[in-house]
Design a protein around this ligand. Structure first.
Ligand code: ADP
Ligand code: MG
Length: 246
């Protein structure tokens, strides 16, 4: 079954601004999907609608068959808490808390025991190589380290869907590579479904399929086939982006 099914979704902010225009696509559990498009094409509006942070004007957003666009504010809060993990371009760590406190601060809301949480934080921090900086504050961390803390924060609760809005947008090329390899690991080994917005062809090449938005509509899609190298896939992605920018 589809984990997520977006059906005929439109969003207008004002009479003359159609941010999304009949968008439809679906995402199976276990997929790693990227959404690309030039600035203003509707990427954030689409992601925020799926995340129940914004409401579409029309259409359905089915998550495991339930229309999240019709949820009340309280239902949407519970839905996000129980199902979604978020990572953002600007990390969104709380500056007055250590890395470890940032990771665990919201977990008391979930049905997990302190021992379960401790075990998972330890495992993930070792895997993503931030165990030695767990007691550091965000200003003592590099951009790549901050994003890894944010990734672990999103993963401890084992979300069904990890939503990433430009996760490498503020990182240098080395950190971008590390973060993207880690997201690929999370998808392949931890079986977390990932939906990522990016305008970087290199980052997008880690995804298995890509939807390109133009003027609020799906312009085209790309799927990486098994015989294709990541580099070849990246080239195809760049070609579509060039076409969109013309
Ligand atoms: P992207 O993330 O691809 O850059 P957005 O989803 O942010 O695109 O925006 C899509 C379109 O909707 C743009 O034309 C933008 O100006 C418009 N838009 C986005 N948010 C708002 C808002 N809160 N009010 C009015 N217009 C908006
Ligand atoms: Mg955006």
């Amino acid at each position: 079954m589809e984990l997520l099914s977006v059906k005929d979704v439109s969003k207008s902010y004002a009479a003359n601004v159609l941010a999304l225009d009949n968008v439809g696509f679906s995402l199976k559990a276990g997929e790693f999907c990227a959404i690309m498009g030039t600035s203003g094409s509707g990427k954030t509006t689409l992601l925020n609608s799926i995340a129940t942070l914004d409401a579409p004007s029309k259409g359905q957003i089915l998550f495991e068959g339930v229309d999240v666009a019709k949820m009340s504010v309280d239902e949407a809060t519970m839905f996000r808490r129980n199902n979604l993990g978020f990572i953002f371009q600007d990390y969104r760590l709380l500056s007055s808390l250590t890395a470890k406190q940032n990771i665990t601060v919201a977990l008391s809301l979930l049905k997990k025991t302190p021992a379960e949480i401790e075990k998972r934080v330890t495992e993930l921090s070792q895997k993503f190589e931030i165990a030695s900086v767990l007691d550091h504050y965000p200003h003592e961390l590099s951009g790549g380290q901050k994003q890894r803390v944010a990734i672990i924060r999103a993963l401890v609760k084992e979300p069904k869907l990890l939503i990433a809005d430009e996760p490498t947008g503020a990182l240098d090329s080395n950190s971008t590579k590390t973060i993207m390899q880690q997201l690929a690991y999370i998808n392949q080994e931890l079986h977390t479904t990932i939906l990522m917005v990016t305008h970087d062809a290199y980052s997008a090449s880690f995804a298995k399929n890509i939807y390109f938005l133009k003027d609020g509509q799906i312009y085209t899609t790309l799927k990486r086939d098994l015989t294709e190298t990541k580099k070849d896939f990246q080239k195809k992605i760049s070609d579509v982006m060039l076409e969109l920018e013309r």
